[in-house]
Design a protein around this ligand. Structure first.
Ligand code: 5GP
Length: 145
């Protein structure tokens, strides 16, 4: 899908938000929802999405929603750091299939990195063990402040 198109209510993140699909939840407030990526590029790879949005990508999003989203990302990234003590954190976001986007509900990736540990491939690695994801989500959630 290119940058043009219409929001699909059946996308996987919309289903997670509606509770139709499970997720390893890390954090939720009135504006954002954070959960573990099931094809993680590193241990602790977390996604943050706006809850009240029909934007497929960053270019379509309302300024007010973006403000809440980036503040949510900072809050969750700080918790990831506190929980997992990474050496660095990649914060990234893709717009359109040619850029690497695979799910068309705006989301931001938080990917912790450790010296000497290569980052996994985007959206194409193995599926993580749900129990491990739940444990990581709990560890990160405990550090949300
Ligand atoms: P994008 O490629 O659109 O930037 O990122 C989509 C992300 O969603 C990918 O990193 C992919 O691993 C992740 N993902 C795809 N399907 C699911 C799912 O059903 N649950 C969760 N938690 N993550 C998913």
């Amino acid at each position: 899908m290119s940058l043009d198109g219409t929001y699909d209510e059946g996308n996987i993140f919309a289903k997670i938000l509606r509770g139709e699909m499970p997720s390893a939840k890390v954090f939720e407030d009135d504006h954002v929802f954070a959960f573990m990526d099931v094809f993680p590029q590193s241990k602790g790879h977390t996604l943050v999405i706006p809850k009240h949005s029909r934007a497929r990508n960053l270019l379509e999003e309302e300024p007010q929603v973006l403000s809440h989203l980036i503040l949510g990302v900072q809050r969750v990234a700080r918790a990831v750091r506190a929980a997992l003590q990474p050496d660095g954190i990649v914060i990234t976001q893709f717009n359109g299939a040619p850029a690497g986007q695979t799910v068309y509900h705006l989301h931001i990736h938080i990917i912790p990195r450790w010296e000497g540990v290569p980052m996994g491939r985007h959206a194409s690695g193995g599926m993580a063990d749900p129990k491990e994801l739940a444990a990581l989500a709990e560890q990160i959630a405990a550090k949300i402040s």
